[in-house]
Design a protein around this ligand. Structure first.
Ligand SMILES: Nc1nc2c(ncn2[C@@H]2O[C@H](COP(=O)(O)OP(=O)(O)OP(=O)(O)O)[C@@H](O)[C@H]2O)c(=O)[nH]1
Ligand SMILES: [Mg+2]
Length: 463
């Protein structure tokens, strides 16, 4: 029997309400011990999943009241964790919520570990591992599209697909094993051709999931977009303009930005992680040197680089140096000519594209906002998430899932090889089982405690 756990379920800080949640066999008793209902008659005829108004007390003597609260208790298995649960909805002040939690803990309840509610939900079969992971992705999502991807998985779209694949595999395993165990009997057998067609079908499904992984990853983690350029071209101004607020310091002094500045931005549903960098130039200044090194390092992990040029200076040797760095990093590149509001303009899109035919160039002014809508549109289309539509197909967003899918794919391809070579059934079952187990890592059917520990450690306490 599990013990009873409790934690604050809402974010800490001031808010309209704060919620302390409890899960485990003692949930209802704990509330009973600390709660004074406004309507004792109703409370006596208690019903699951019903809110009751009253006061919450420091201890079971019920002399000192902490707050006016709403309580709800939920009878398992019809609860998030599948166990008996309770929630105390109090006012959302930092001290109030803590006091309610402390009162609950004083009743012999243990403080929950990060993700422990969801872990119990998983262990009680309320959701599978992919869905548990999706809950944390949902909480953390930084864009509407990322949110939709997480909700799709939480709804079980990925789980159902994996489940169906596993059922197919089990069916084939059963046939192969029957053929091994009762070779003499007149049992129904699967023809190699039939196995082959089922396996090919499964391979197709897995390959489709894998093909969309990059899209899924970008939606989950955000598109790492580095703003790059020589000093003073307006990188920080561009960051601020895109964010719509003065995040980075802007001055007319070259070398203003010395460190990386990273901010999330929801660009019409596409999550960006915008990174402003120190202007690149040959320098002897130690701090600036470190900044330039950091710019180079972050460029290596970038999904996209915005190379900023200054219309008023034209293309200088320093710009060529930056361009070379970007090319070495082999990161998708978009060139923007900034300060198009200034006179005289020494370079424009046409000239630049004529001398560098491989570059995509846009003209903007971070100061006036000219060209920014076009820039946003271009970024979205370059990222390939321009119109993220969900046709109900799940998007794989986690590296863990991708690795499991690759493993399953490998087994299925081996299996095709064995079929071609006419190898006997026991060879086939090895790979059928291997594929089944690999897929089980996604929904959690075949993962060990250590993997679970790692996954749930990512969660916040109270989820
Ligand atoms: N006229 C005009 N001035 C701009 C524009 N964008 C930036 N500036 C000016 O250019 C100067 C440098 O801008 P920053 O945004 O600090 O440039 P930076 O590239 O971040 O510079 P470092 O951090 O030093 O590398 C400031 O004086 C800005 O006001 C623009 O579109 N038009
Ligand atoms: Mg700057």
């Amino acid at each position: 029997m599990e013990d009873t756990i409790a934690a604050i379920g809402t974010a800490l800080g001031e808010g309209g309400i704060g919620i302390v949640r409890i899960s485990g066999p003692e949930s209802r008793q704990v509330v009973e011990n600390l709660f004074i209902p406004n309507n004792p008659e109703n409370w006596r005829r208690w019903q699951s999943h019903r809110l009751y108004l009253g006061h919450f007390c420091e201890d079971s003597r019920k002399q000192k009241i902490i707050d006016q609260v709403l309580v709800v208790t939920m009878k398992g298995p019809h609860s998030y964790t599948g166990e008996d649960m309770a929630e105390i909805h109090c006012h959302g002040g930092y001290l109030v919520v803590r006091a309610v939690l402390e009162a609950v803990l004083s009743q012999g309840v243990r403080l929950a570990q990060p993700g422990e509610f969801t872990r119990r939900a998983f262990l009680n079969g309320k959701l599978d591992l992919a869905q548990a992971e999706a809950t944390i992705d949902l909480i953390r999502s930084k864009s509407r599209a990322g949110l939709t991807a997480a909700v799709n998985i939480l709804d079980g779209k990925l789980s159902q697909l994996i489940e169906r694949c596993q059922e197919e595999l089990l069916r084939m395993i059963a046939y192969c094993e029957a053929a091994i165990d009762f070779p003499e009997d007149e049992i129904e057998v699967l023809e190699p051709e039939e196995i082959k067609s089922v396996v090919n079908h499964l391979i197709g499904k897995i390959e489709k999931l894998l093909a969309d992984y990059d899209k899924g990853r970008l939606l989950r983690d955000g598109v790492k977009t580095v703003i790059l350029g020589k000093p003073n071209v307006g990188k920080s101004s561009l960051l601020n303009a895109l964010l719509g607020r003065e995040r980075a310091i802007v001055t007319e002094i070259p070398g203003t930005t010395r460190d990386l500045i990273e901010e999330p931005l929801d660009l019409g549903g596409v999550p960006l992680r915008l990174i402003d960098t120190a202007g690149i130039r040959p320098t002897e200044d130690l701090v600036e040197k470190i900044g330039v090194e950091r710019t180079k390092a972050v460029l290596k992990e970038a999904d996209l680089a915005l190379l900023v040029l200054d219309a008023a200076t034209g293309v200088t040797d320093n710009d060529r140096l930056v361009l070379q760095l970007a090319r070495e990093a082999a990161v998708p590149l978009l060139v923007v000519i900034n300060k198009m509001d200034l006179e005289p303009v020494l370079i424009n899109k046409e000239q630049l594209e004529a001398s560098f035919p491989d570059l995509t160039v846009l003209e903007i002014s971070a100061l006036s906002g000219y060209g920014l809508p076009e820039l946003e549109e271009k970024v979205r289309s370059m990222v390939g998430l321009g119109e993220v539509r969900f046709d109900g197909e799940p998007l794989v967003t986690r590296l863990r899932h991708r690795q499991a899918l690759l493993k399953a794919l490998d087994h299925l391809q081996q299996l095709l090889g064995s079929l071609e070579a006419g190898l006997p059934e026991d060879f086939l079952t090895i790979d059928l089982r291997g594929a089944w187990e690999a897929l089980g890592e996604i929904n959690g059917k075949t993962v060990g405690e250590d993997v679970l520990d790692k996954i749930f450690a990512e969660f916040c306490i109270g989820k």
